[in-house]
Design a protein around this ligand. Sequence first.
Ligand code: HEC
Length: 436
Amino acid sequence: MNYPFWDIPFLGGSMLIAIIAILHVIVSHLAVGGGFYLFLAEFKYSREKDVKFLAYLKSHARFFMLLTTVFGAVSGVGIWFVIALVSPAATSTLIHIFLYGWAIEWVFFLVEILAVILYVYKFDSLAPSSRMQLAFIYMAAAWLSLFIINGIITFMLTPGDYYLTSNFFSAFFNPTFLPSLFFRTVVCIAFAGIFAMFTATFQFEEELREKAVKYASAYLLPALIFMPVFALWYFAMLPGLARDIVTGASALILIFANISAGSAFLMLAAGIAHAWIEPRRFSTIFTILLIIFASTFLATFELVREAVRKPYTLYNRMYSNSIYVDKYNNPEIDPAGFLANLKWCDIKKIDDSNMLAAGREIYRYQCQACHSIEGYNAIRPLVKYWSADFCEASLLKLNTLKKFMPPFFGNDAERSALAHYLFSLNNKIEDKPARR
Ligand code: HEC
């Protein structure tokens, strides 16, 4: 435990990461899918030479560029900021393993934004064939940046045999790499279709609107067919505990998983059906509804994906509270206890005068990664009817109580201090004044 702890009231660090990451992920999936759209729409134009469709494509591309480059870039940097503060140890480990991967990803990102900016600002002056080449470069760079990030994110959940081999490629091409890549790719393409439906509703000529809406609806088809297949494949490659968490070990996550699947189905089915039954009456409000379904689907999907990694940040390697699995796996390994190894905590020895203060520090460093006092996953109501003895006994079995919690780390005095602190959340007890 080499780093200080960042207290974030009410939400907790993991929720803060989740909020920023979800906003980023929605836009970045759109950014990747939009590449396929720009390139294929250019291809469509090269065959049909429909100048009205081209004018629509131009206005679509400008809005698309602004949204994805500005919001995508800012929220992406936001994620770096927050993960480095909330989980410095895990972030450092990931950087050490994937340094070159990340460097390459930034190159792809640079190429991606340069290509789309050139594409939009030189739209009228470029020959159609050059525009199509730029769209292709954008599409390739954007998808390749997904390719890289996907390797890093999936590694956190399924590290494969990396910890045995220390081989970059076995970390990168880990067991969920492919299902996740395919799943996300069809999601990206569907998002591009929904965004194109949205921009199409601003076309006032009915014929053009119908054409643009129907064309956009084709982008939803791959997801309708393949999303369930890739999702099942993904699920099959998860560790057993992760599968259990989705299927009922945590009621909350089971509900989220169902909301996610339901929203995905609604987004695809409603979008395709409306586009084919009554394309001319396609309204902006309706596409906003589709965007809400799309965002709900992806937000809950990402929450579930993060939740099934519990109790780890890096599977089998580091718990969510930044404690390495092997180093502290057995509290008896280190008779000095937990606090003695905590660099950023003044309390090293527990007595009657600092029992609660010590308990509070242990709570911050061991529990607060997943619990808040009374906000997200609040601990106060969870222990409301527990006696001090029961708290103390439960701490011995924390990882049995809920399989997705890490075990408690520390010696008996520390366990007792934490139990006192938990008990004090609902009952009035205080530290005794220090003896002089
Ligand atoms: C990896 C995340 C994580 C960490 C770290 C964690 N918990 Fe939990 N804990 C959870 C989740 C998730 C639940 C389930 C909440 C629910 O059922 O609503 C839970 C439930 C609990 C419960 C209620 C158990 C029950 O059976 O009702 C208690 C008490 C608790 N945690 C205490 C702690 C303490 C004390 C620590 C620190 C030593 C801790 N937790 C660390 C995730 C975590």
